[in-house]
Write a protein that binds this ligand. Structure first.
Ligand code: SF4
Length: 374
C-alpha cells in the first residue's frame, strides 16, 4: 500500500518514542530495494561559474562580478581539475554553477564573448563535451532551470543531470523569505524542468533543501511532487535530502538549522514514500551524526571528493573515504562506488550510440557500478 499524504504528514511528526519504529520500517524498505549496499560517487567538483542572477538567502556560493572570489573557470582550469581527479580514480565531473548570470551581468556577457560562447549553457555544454572527450570522467551538470532544448543538448554530453526542487512552497518567494529575489526558484518552473527531463527519459537527480522556512507538510508535499513525476516518467534516479547549514556571511545567518530528529524523520518518510528510488543525504552536512542517516533508510552518500572541497558548504569537509567505509561497514553494509548515473539507468544511456555511451560502458562494471574499488 503506498503511503498516503495524511500518514506521511503524521509520520514526519512522530514523537521520539515512536521514532525507532519509523526508522526500522524505513531500513526494511531500503533493504528490500538495495540489500546491504550503500553507494557513493567519487567526484571532482567543477564550479564553472559562481556568478548567479539569483540571491537565495542561504547561499554562500554565489558572487556578483567584482566581489572577492567571483570566478568563471577557464577551459584549461576545467581540464586541469578533471585530469587531477582522473588520476585519483574519480568517475564524476560535477558541474555546479549559478543560474543564467549573463542575463543580469554585462561582465558575464563579456566573459562568455571572450571565451567564444553565447550563453553560460553553451559554455557548459562545451565543457561537458571537453571532459567527456579528454578524460574518463562522466559529466553531471547542475545548471539550474532548463528548457526542453537544453535538456536534450546536455543529455547528449552527460549521462545524468540534476536540479534540486528544494521545496514546492511558493511562500518562500515572499519578501524577506529564502527565495525572495530568486526568480529561478519559483517551484512551478522547477517542476517543469524536472518534468521535461522525464518526458525525454533523462536520468535525473533532485531533492529537498530542509529548513529554509518550509513547514513539515511542505516537506511531505515536495516529496509527493517528486514521487508523482517519477510515477509518470520513471526518471528520478535519486532524491537528495539536504539540510540547511547556517553560515556567518549569509542573509539567513540567524536562522535555526534543522535538527537531527527532523533530518532522520524526513529521510525515513522519503524512503517510505519512494521505496524504489535512491535516497541520498550528504554526510558532511550531518556530522557528527551522519552514521545515523543509515538508520533512516538512505542508500547513498552522494558525491565524495578526494580532491576538491565542497564549494557549496566549504566549511564542512567530507569525511575521509576510509572513515565513510568503516561507518558503512559498521552498519553491516558494503560501500560501493557508483557513476553519476545510477546502475539501473545505465542501460538507457548506453543504448544510444556515440561517445557518451562508449564512455559509460567503459566506466561501468557488469552490474552498472563504477569499476574502481571503494
Ligand atoms: S543557491 Fe543557486 S540559484 Fe540560489 S543564489 Fe546560490 S547559486 Fe544562485
Amino acid at each position: 500500500m503506498p503511503l498516503s499524504r495524511d500518514l506521511a504528514c503524521r509520520l514526519i511528526r512522530v514523537a521520539d518514542d515512536e521514532l525507532p519504529a519509523l526508522l526500522a520500517a524505513a531500513v526494511e524498505a531500503k533493504e528490500r530495494f538495495k540489500p546491504a549496499v550503500i553507494t557513493y560517487s567519487r567526484k571532482v567538483f567543477l564550479p564553472l561559474t559562481n556568478l548567479c542572477r539569483d540571491y537565495c538567502g542561504y547561499c554562500i556560493f554565489r558572487r556578483d562580478p567584482g566581489e572577492p572570489g567571483a570566478h568563471t573557470m577557464t577551459p584549461e582550469e576545467v581540464l586541469r581539475v578533471a585530469r587531477a581527479g582522473e588520476k585519483l580514480g574519480c568517475t564524476e565531473a560535477l558541474f555546479s554553477l549559478g543560474d543564467k548570470p549573463e542575463l543580469a551581468f554585462p561582465e558575464m556577457r563579456a566573459t562568455l564573448r571572450h571565451l567564444g560562447y553565447n550563453s553560460t549553457l553553451h559554455y557548459l555544454e562545451a565543457m561537458c563535451e571537453l571532459v567527456l572527450r579528454e578524460t574518463t570522467l562522466l559529466p553531471h551538470p547542475n545548471p539550474g532551470l532548463l528548457s526542453a532544448e537544453w535538456i536534450a543538448r546536455l543529455a547528449a554530453v552527460s549521462p545524468s543531470m540534476g536540479l534540486m526542487l528544494e521545496t514546492t512552497s511558493a511562500e518562500l518567494l515572499a519578501p524577506g523569505a529564502a527565495h525572495d529575489n530568486a526568480p529561478d526558484k519559483v517551484p512551478a518552473k522547477r517542476l517543469r524542468t524536472v518534468e521535461e527531463a522525464g518526458k525525454q527519459g533523462v536520468p535525473f537527480t533532485t531533492g529537498l533543501l530542509l529548513g529554509i522556512g518550509e513547514t513539515l507538510d511542505d516537506r511531505v508535499d515536495t516529496l509527493l511532487a517528486i514521487r508523482d513525476l517519477h510515477r509518470r516518467y520513471g526518471h528520478i534516479q535519486e532524491v537528495i535530502i539536504q539540510n540547511f547549514r547556517v553560515k556567518p556571511d549569509i542573509p539567513m545567518r540567524d536562522w535555526p538549522e534543522p535538527t537531527r530528529g527532523e533530518m532522520l524523520r524526513t529521510v525515513a518518510v522519503a524512503r517510505l514514500l519512494m521505496p524504489d528510488i535512491n535516497i541520498q543525504a550528504p554526510p558532511n552536512l550531518s556530522a557528527p551524526y551522519h552514521d545515523e542517516l543509515l538508520d533512516a533508510g538512505i542508500n547513498d552518500w552522494g558525491g565524495v571528493s578526494p580532491l576538491t572541497p565542497d564549494f557549496i558548504n566549504p566549511e564542512k569537509p567530507w569525511p575521509h573515504l576510509e572513515q565513510l567505509k568503516s561507518i558503512t561497514e559498521a552498519k553491516g553494509q558494503n560501500l560501493r562506488p557508483r557513476l553519476p548515473v545510477y546502475p539501473e539507468f545505465v542501460p538507457a544511456v548506453t543504448a544510444r550510440p556515440g561517445l557518451l555511451s562508449e564512455r559509460v560502458k567503459a566506466a561501468a562494471d557488469r552490474e552498472g557500478y563504477a569499476w574502481r574499488a571503494a
